[in-house]
Design a protein around this ligand. Structure first.
Ligand code: PRF
Ligand code: ZN
Length: 381
């Protein structure tokens, strides 16, 4: 149903409709410029404008409606100017659904040996050819405007989760100051949503301050950053719960860098709506598949004698076509093995979210969680 827009009302590039809830968990529809997304959702990561070992056509076949890409990598190559010239990343890579771009902030951690942070911004030395890139909040937003993703991320000052003391406080407060520069630099407010990123590590006081500062800036959605970096599980969950309890109820919440099956299930229950992680495809490249009973290491010699798919009943192309035995044989020999396991793992996470979502709608979330955890930890019987 199309909503009537009053003559002088500027349409928002994001509409978030909650269909059902169970305690903090929500089943929603997020309407973005390139179509609807059912949440909670797992967003596959195509850092450099391509998935590793999976085509965008295949992502479409898996039912994916929202993909991730990274500003730092795309700014380096092919560059914002070229992407603007071809009409944005959607056109360049021929993807008709939604895209979210991360700001480049996280590369301060992942490329920490090669970066330097000041109040002005971040400076990177390219790991490829040693060229220098300055990424100020204004640069990140300008490049993200050129890329044209449906959701763009604020440039945050990211430090390792386990950092303590003044550097953590500085990073968290700087993230807020940079957010004001991001907002001022953002030129496409009508068709791109800028999400701020809550920081503050696992310190409840810093998180509280960051939450208060960011919520005041009234964005269309919010991200929870700075987690999944080696902190204890209990601190991780407490921090997520603190954030979801405080963030506006009627706006989507995105937990960055989390994609371990148990974590997406638990954090959906805590009220998170969006997740991303390279884990599903990275672990596939090491021969590990997701199953209802936990991780399956297809490199192990036991797999050689299993003439069944990775997961019985799985509707992915890999499970419909191949046995564990064949995949075990391929891993040592052919790159296509990584591709086949990636397809299964992506399908597994996408379906896991859809099943969880449906259980919220049907009022069966508790049964769903019990069933999921029992099988995952093999405590049945
Ligand atoms: N900030 C940004 N990207 C991220 C994170 C973050 O804190 C995380 C959390 N570890 C993953 N990706 N900009
Ligand atoms: Zn499968």
């Amino acid at each position: 149903v199309q909503k009537k827009i009053k003559p002088n009302e500027i349409p928002k590039p994001l509409e978030f409709t909650i269909l059902a809830t169970h305690n903090c968990a929500r089943a929603s529809i997020m309407r973005l410029p390139h179509g609807e997304v059912k949440t909670p959702v797992y967003m596959p990561v195509g850092t450099k404008g391509a998935m590793k070992g999976v085509t965008y056509q295949e992502m479409d076949d898996l039912g994916c409606k929202l993909l991730l890409a990274n500003t730092y990598h795309l700014a380096y190559k092919p560059g914002g100017d070229l992407l603007e010239k071809v009409g944005g990343l959607h056109k360049f890579v021929n993807w008709k659904h939604n895209i979210l771009t991360d700001s480049g902030g996280f590369q301060m951690v992942s490329l920490s040996q090669l970066s330097e942070v000041t109040e002005e911004g971040v400076t990177f030395e390219s790991p490829y050819d040693k060229t220098i890139m300055h990424l100020r909040p204004e640069d990140s937003i300008h490049t993200q405007n050129q890329i044209g993703a449906d959701i763009i991320m604020a440039l945050d000052d990211v430090v390792r989760t386990t950092t303590v003391g003044p550097r953590m406080q500085e990073a968290s407060e700087r993230t807020t100051r940079w957010l004001d520069r991001d907002i001022a630099a953002h030129k496409r407010k009508n068709d791109q949503n800028l999400f701020p990123i809550v920081q503050g590590g696992i310190d409840p006081k810093l998180r509280e301050q960051s939450l208060n500062d960011l919520i005041q800036r009234e964005a269309n959605g919010y991200a929870i950053g700075g987690l999944a970096g080696g902190e204890d599980k209990i601190d991780f969950w407490k921090t997520v719960a603190q954030c979801t309890a405080k963030l506006p109820i009627n706006k989507p919440r995105y937990l960055m860098g989390v994609g371990y099956p148990v974590d997406v299930v638990v954090c959906s229950c805590l009220g998170v709506d969006m997740f991303d992680c390279v884990f599903s495809t990275r672990t596939a490249r090491f021969g590990t598949a997701f199953t209802d009973n936990g991780f399956l290491k297809l490199k192990n010699k036991e797999a050689a004698n299993v003439f069944e798919p990775i997961q019985k009943g799985c509707q992915c192309q890999t499970c419909k076509s191949y046995t564990q035995s064949y995949l075990h044989y391929l891993i040592a020999r052919e790159e296509v093995a990584c591709h086949l396991i990636s397809i299964h793992n992506l399908n597994y996470l996408i379906q896991l979210m859809l099943n969880l979502r449906q259980s919220i709608i049907d009022g069966n979330l508790i049964e769903f969680i019990n069933g999921f955890l029992k099988k995952w930890y093999k405590t049945e019987g």
